[in-house]
Design a protein around this ligand. Sequence first.
Ligand code: C5P
Length: 232
Amino acid sequence: MAEIIVALDHPSAEEALDLVRRLGDQGRFFKVGLELYTRAGPDVVRRLRDHGKRVFLDLKLHDIPNTVAGAVRAAAALDVELITIHTAGGLPMMRAAVEAAEGTMGLLAVTLLTSLSPSDVEAVWGREIRSIRDEVSRLAGLAEECGLAGVVASALETGWLRPQVGADFLIVTPGIRPAGADLDDQMRVATPADAVEAGASYLVVGRPVTQADDPLAALQALQAEVAAARAP
Ligand code: C5P
């Protein structure tokens, strides 16, 4: 069954861990991204692990193969379960990362950032593209070929990506909003049920939980919706 990962997009470890405490046993899996990691460092990951929490380290690694492999080994030493790397780093980089992980953690591919428009992609890649969808499919295929565990994709991409990848290939889906909720800065959102029905393995949820008046109640409502939804 799909699971919810709560995004700890907080400016300090104390604020992040305070939320983790408020969620208690219902909060099992947490995402640490660039802001929190840059502020609080590996210590925040260790503290989450000390509380028995599962950790998704969303650092979107993109560097030469040797450097990325080193970072993956460092994350493995922290007992991280999922980590992101950019497919644009190349096949040798993805393969080096998979080798460095030694099966201890799942590597997730970032294909095209959802903030990029087709003309943004064309400007940096220096060629015309048929569509964002074609590029995401192609890059997800390369990630699967290189042995990555899955991909990060919006719920709207998940529906057409799921039939193209193996059943065990993870699709981790951000941009989740309960029906009628504030969209914040997200443009293309889906409800938890939509994401599960599209084939998501994990749903990344930030503000609908972290900014809720009652974060535990918000998380429980999301979990109930996930449990009631049917995977494809
Ligand atoms: O607060 P919200 O639910 O929008 O947070 C979603 C989380 O997923 C954030 O940590 C954000 O960085 C991440 N994310 C996203 N959209 C993407 C990739 C990652 O919202 N395309």
